[in-house]
Design a protein around this ligand. Structure first.
Ligand code: ADP
Length: 626
């Protein structure tokens, strides 16, 4: 695919991905909003239901109070209409005595019954007598023919009305009953109940209890601000109908600008437009009382219910949010845990792999080591063999070196012995037996000496017995000294012995120890050959369970740098043919075989000091020879 196209496709895919994300986000938000809305509606319905129930209770209470109050007075006008004093008055309406009698009767009856006013109207509507005849606002003489309680009673025997008193300016409920005398309807008996007290019983802070007339004008209200106000505009026909009965007398009627609506769940709501009258929304519970022809309404502010619903939803959201957060935290924790476990597993796997690798390497190394060990063992065996051969070779070399001198050592006594023998022969011929005897004794001494030398040489050439035992140090030194006697004498070197007060025994092989001593003394002789001081000092001392033997010469000593190397096989500073470089190496190994050690140092006053460290042995186990 060409590069440009590829990029464009990538961009498009990116854009598509972005679009999808936006769409999902929008959809998610929409669903969330819908869910919140539904939850809010349900919460609101529940809150409204609670409010409604409360309103219904209040309404029931208010209604029954009103009902009871009305029922108390309902029948009284009929009873009063039947009274003689009333009936008489209607028959003679202008009779002052009768009027007076009726007036007093009505005043007493009103006081007794608890009615606000009692009065008798003539059939033309004029008030003939009244309980308040002696009050400033007496009804007597007033014509209330326009009031429904009058004309209804005149027409049907009974009439009811509630209104603001035109004379008293007090709200009341009027019961009218027709007064029939001798089959003639002569007037109406009226009882007015004061309703102001009813309102007072409804005192309540938050809710409103109102009673509205068929024109929707508020007649009773537990709060005075809405009294004589109409819900909605007071249209001319509404006004006209009200004027007809003069229900509100001369009172100014106001309007309350409200809107009513029904909530989704069926609750009636009433709300204003922010004016003083209705600043908030109310839930309305109402009931029509057909007898009184009024509607009792309880208005409950919905603010709290709405707040409660909102709070419920908010709480729900909070709880859901918290739950979500918790779930997120738990998810995150689990993810982290899983990740950690994964990492640990990976680390473990890695470690196992490494261990496996290392084990493999180790196994390989081990095998290599084993091979090496086997090889070393073979080499060691070879070395041992070579070493013992070399010891032998060393001995032979020493023997060879010695042979020239030995031949001299043997020839000289042989020649002398021959002379002595010839002389002895001559002495015997001359019968000089004593002199002959003396010569023969000398010959024998020479033979003894040669025998001794030859015995040492034989021992030296033989492979040593590997067994260790107690060896008299003094004897070993003497033998070595004897072996080297001819060299000492030839070079003029003297060996000074200092072996301490007690004869010393050491754990060693006598021949090998002698060989070591021969080597050391021989080297010392070489070292002091050209020196002025040709003394050698051989000293031995017991140190606890060890015996230390040191040989000091007055030669050049061993240079510091060479001290570690002189014990190596074939290390020699001597001219070719003279030194094999085996003496010290063999001696070193022999000492090791004895469980001892051989070391070198330079004496502070010059010359080398070779020290043998040997285990001390018990004197009882000494054996003279191998
Ligand atoms: P070789 O005597 O055949 O050379 P050795 O093993 O006996 O072999 O000695 C190794 C070397 O140690 C000698 O070549 C010499 O340099 C040094 N050496 C040994 N003994 C002495 C000594 N007493 N003084 C100085 N150097 C010595």
């Amino acid at each position: 695919m060409p590069r440009m196209t590829q990029r464009r496709t990538g961009v498009m895919r990116h854009a598509a991905g972005k679009g999808l994300i936006w769409t999902s986000a929008a959809l998610g938000l929409f669903v969330l909003a819908l869910m919140i809305w539904v939850a809010h509606q349900q919460a609101l319905t529940r809150s409204f239901q609670g409010l409604h129930d409360r309103g219904q209770n209040t309404l029931n209470l208010a209604e029954s109070t009103l009902q009871g109050q009305l029922e108390r007075f309902e029948r009284l006008p009929e009873l009063l209409a039947d009274q003689r004093v009333i009936r008489s008055l209607l028959l003679a309406p202008r009779d002052p005595d009768l009027i007076m009698a009726a007036n007093t009767y009505l005043r007493d009856a009103a006081a007794l019954l608890g009615a606000s006013d009692l009065y008798v109207m003539y059939r033309d509507g004029e008030t003939l007598a009244a309980s308040n005849f002696d009050q400033p606002h007496s009804f007597v003489g007033g014509n209330f023919a326009f009031r429904p309680y009058f004309f209804e009673a005149m027409a049907g025997g009974q009439g009811r009305f509630y209104a603001l008193g035109t004379t008293s300016n007090k709200r009341g409920y009027y019961f009218g009953a027709a007064i029939d005398v001798a089959g003639q309807r002569l007037g109406v008996m009226v009882l007015k109940v004061d309703v102001d007290d009813l309102e007072n019983a409804w005192a309540s802070e938050d809710l409103r209890i109102i009673v509205t007339d068929p024109e929707d004008i508020i007649f009773l209200s537990n709060r005075p601000d809405w009294l004589f106000h109409a819900f909605g505009a007071l249209t001319p026909d509404r006004m006209a109908r009200t004027q007809e009965t003069r229900r509100y007398a001369n009172a100014d009627l106001g309007e309350i600008d409200v809107q009513t609506r029904t909530h989704r769940a069926g609750f009636q709501l009433l709300s204003g437009h922010g004016q003083d009258a209705v600043a908030s929304e109310y839930l309305v519970v109402k009931s029509h009382m057909p007898k009184a022809d009024w509607t009792v309404q309880v208005l409950l502010p919905s603010r709290m219910a709405r707040a409660q619903a909102a709070a419920t939803v908010a709480l729900g959201l909070l709880a859901a949010g918290l739950l979500g957060l918790m779930a997120l935290i738990i998810w995150q924790r689990r993810r982290q845990l899983a990740l950690r476990l994964e990492m640990e597993q990976a680390a473990k796997d890695d470690l196992e792999q490494q261990v496996a690798l290392r084990t493999g390497q180790l196994r390989a190394a081990n095998m290599a080591l084993e091979e090496e060990v086997t090889e070393r063992r073979a080499t060691e065996a070879q070395l041992r063999k070579t070493q013992s051969e070399l010891i032998q070779a060393g001995k032979l070399a020493a023997l060879g070196q010695m042979s020239a001198a030995l031949s001299h050592e043997f020839n000289q006594p042989l020649g002398a012995a021959r002379n002595y023998a010839e002389n002895a022969q001559l002495f015997l011929e001359q019968d000089r037996r004593v002199e002959a005897q003396g010569n023969i004794t000398r010959i024998l001494g020479m033979i003894d000496r040669m025998t001794r030398i030859s015995r040492h040489l034989r021992n030296f050439a033989r492979k040593p017995n590997k067994q260790l035992r107690a060896v008299a140090l003094g004897d070993a030194i003497t033998e070595a000294q004897e072996l080297l006697g001819w060299r000492l004498r030839k070079t003029g070197v003297t060996l000074e012995r200092d072996l301490g007060p007690q004869p010393l025994q050491v754990v060693a092989g006598p021949v090998r120890l002698q060989q070591v001593l021969v080597n050391l003394i021989s080297n010392a002789i070489d070292a002091v050959e050209g020196a002025e001081d040709k003394r050698l000092h051989l000293r031995a001392r017991v140190m606890g369970d060890r015996v230390q033997v040191s040989l000091r010469d007055h030669g050049p000593g061993v240079a510091e740098g060479l001290q570690g190397r002189i014990f190596d096989p074939f290390f020699s500073t001597k001219e070719v043919g003279k030194g094999l470089g085996l003496g010290l190496s063999i001696s070193y190994n022999i000492m090791r075989d004895f469980g001892g050690a051989l070391s070198v140092a330079n004496h502070p006053q010059g010359g080398a000091v070779f020290t043998l460290d040997l285990a001390a042995a018990q004197p009882a186990s000494i054996e003279a020879a191998e």
